[in-house]
Design a protein around this ligand. Sequence first.
Ligand SMILES: C[C@H](O)[C@H](O)[C@H]1CNC2=NC(N)=NC(=O)C2=N1
Length: 114
Amino acid sequence: MTELLEQKCVPCTGSLPPATEEEIKRYKTQIPDWNVIETDGELHLQRVYQLPDFQSALAFTNLVGEIAEAEGHHPALLTEWGKVTVTWWTHAIGGLHHNDFIMAAKTDLLFKEL
Ligand SMILES: C[C@H](O)[C@H](O)[C@H]1CNC2=NC(N)=NC(=O)C2=N1
């Protein structure tokens, strides 16, 4: 399988196909620290990153914001003292698309490289 990290997001439009259950299982092996959660009937990908303090959490939040802008795909970000909760889903389809798994893998890389 092509590495999620090597891929780029496709533009979000209403006609995007949602990820199938089989795809979700397969992609998850590359992002084992992420959880698939259901919020208001929609599947989302979520991970909580631990950081040393608020300043580091804010800096990491901004780095995630930069890749979001670069890829045209945007997460929900909750910045707290010592942690950042990152949630990816595709608003256009109200659920998970391949793009969300690509962005989760890229978020993990950012964290690894801190
Ligand atoms: C026009 C613009 O590309 C779209 O509204 C994009 C922006 N960022 C987005 N981000 C996410 N996560 N889902 C979307 O459907 C989405 N749509």
